[in-house]
Write a protein that binds this ligand. Structure first.
Ligand SMILES: CC(C)(COP(=O)(O)OP(=O)(O)OC[C@H]1O[C@@H](n2cnc3c(N)ncnc32)[C@H](O)[C@@H]1OP(=O)(O)O)[C@@H](O)C(=O)NCCC(=O)NCCS
Length: 109
């Protein structure tokens, strides 16, 4: 998505499940907004666009994960996502920085 200055404002990707068992769902990946443009609803617009695209593709649900310790769960739950579980100490960001991984789901149908 491009911002007001026509430079890249942010990104979001959908990765659809491969194989019949998981082809009805996709994972939302790399939702990122340029730091100087954050808190201006670009992240909400990007997530809305990903949901609209998934719906147009006929997908039934989306999943995503977020690192713990950021408070970002609020961003997703405000937009209707449900936190379905946490993998404790699942992410090693550095030698002394180990985080939980929070998983979210959005049912589309
Ligand atoms: C998360 C992200 C995509 C949100 O984009 P954004 O354009 O800032 O989001 P919006 O303006 O639509 O919504 C902002 C609101 O979301 C919530 N929020 C967003 N990021 C948050 C965070 N890290 N911690 C707590 N709340 C957060 C806040 O309520 C915020 O409101 P505020 O700005 O008034 O405090 C952006 O902050 C980002 O790129 N972060 C770094 C990468 C990242 O963490 N990606 C998510 C991977 S799961």
């Amino acid at each position: 998505m491009t911002g007001v200055d026509h430079a890249l404002a942010g990104t979001v990707f959908l990765r659809r499940g491969t194989g019949a068992v998981v082809a009805h769902r996709a994972e939302v990946l790399r939702l990122m907004v340029r730091p100087d443009l954050q808190s201006h609803a670009w992240g909400t617009r990007l997530l809305d666009a990903a949901v609209a695209h998934a719906t147009a593709l006929g997908l039934e649900q989306l999943q995503l994960s977020a690192r713990g310790g950021t408070g970002i769960a609020t961003f997703y739950t405000r937009q209707g996502w449900t936190q379905v579980g946490v993998f404790p100490a699942s992410l090693r960001l550095g030698p002394d920085d180990i985080r939980d991984e929070h998983w979210f789901q959005l049912r589309l149908s």
